[in-house]
Design a protein around this ligand. Structure first.
Ligand SMILES: [Zn+2]
Length: 260
């Protein structure tokens, strides 16, 4: 599903790509805008969705540039109709690193709110109202978009940002796999709740989004489980190998490392 994408350009050495389905979203918004306000409405609608996704890119860059500080390569940021996805070469096992990398995304959104809010404050709360098709109108939309993006991503449904933060906090006390299991379980309950509500309240996109997240959480838990089993296998092999290795007094024991 993720193979069908178009490369755009590089930001900070990271390839920016859009999934082909993103073009459908653009077409949909263009059509909606046209129906509401003709050509102006269409330009407004497409312009807004582009700006909205610029904020998504900035959110992903928050994660990516923080990850790079810890030596994690980020080859690509992909834009999907449901949001952005930074592709990390690996997820750090140190809870503190995962915590900081994850928090950097929503932090960018809240920073954007803090920067934009003073620009709209006077007109929006004390003026005669804000004209929809105006620069302040754009800023108002972006304040809302970033507020929603920041808060929504903090919902603790693993592997959304909130779920990752939850896992990292648990991993400070629990073994990594156990922490992941709990984060996935809590996330699953919440995700099912959101899917049910989405279907009930006729918010199909929300239900689709959380179904996607549900599977992604499951996949990541399985990957963590496999890695744990592989490591256990190599540890066991090393344990069995050591006594067989020729031992001379004073020589260090034979050490073996797994693929990681
Ligand atoms: Zn994020």
């Amino acid at each position: 599903m993720l193979g069908w994408s178009i490369n755009l350009f590089r930001v900070f050495g990271i390839q920016l790509a859009v999934h082909a389905s993103f073009l459908l979203l653009l077409a949909y918004w263009a059509y909606q805008g046209w129906q509401e306000g003709g050509a102006v409405g269409m330009a407004w609608s497409v312009g807004l969705i582009v700006l909205f996704f610029v904020c998504v890119i900035l959110h992903e860059l928050g994660h990516s540039l923080t990850a790079r500080r810890y030596g994690i390569r980020v080859p690509r940021i992909m834009l999907l109709p449901i949001g952005g996805m930074a592709e990390f070469e690996r997820i750090p096992r140190q809870p503190r690193q995962e915590l900081l990398i994850t928090m950097a995304g929503p932090a960018v959104n809240f920073l954007l709110v803090a920067v934009l809010l003073p620009l709209v404050w006077r007109d929006y709360f004390h003026g005669d109202g804000v004209a929809t098709y105006s620069p302040v109108g754009v800023a108002v939309q972006l304040v809302y978009a970033n507020l929603i993006m920041g808060v929504f991503n903090l919902v603790p449904v693993f592997p959304m940002d909130g779920g990752r933060i939850f896992r990292a906090l648990l991993a400070m006390k629990l073994p990594y796999l156990r922490a992941t299991w709990w984060a996935v379980m809590v996330g699953r309950v919440l995700a099912v709740g959101f899917i049910a509500w989405g279907l009930y309240a006729d918010r199909v996109m929300l239900a689709v989004l959380f179904t996607f997240i549900l599977f992604a959480g499951n996949n990541e838990y399985q990957a963590a489980l496999r890695r744990e089993q592989e490591e256990a296998y190599w540890r066991e092999l090393a344990r069995q190998t050591v006594p067989i290795a020729p031992e001379k007094p004073g020589e260090p024991p034979l050490l073996m490392h797994g693929p990681n």
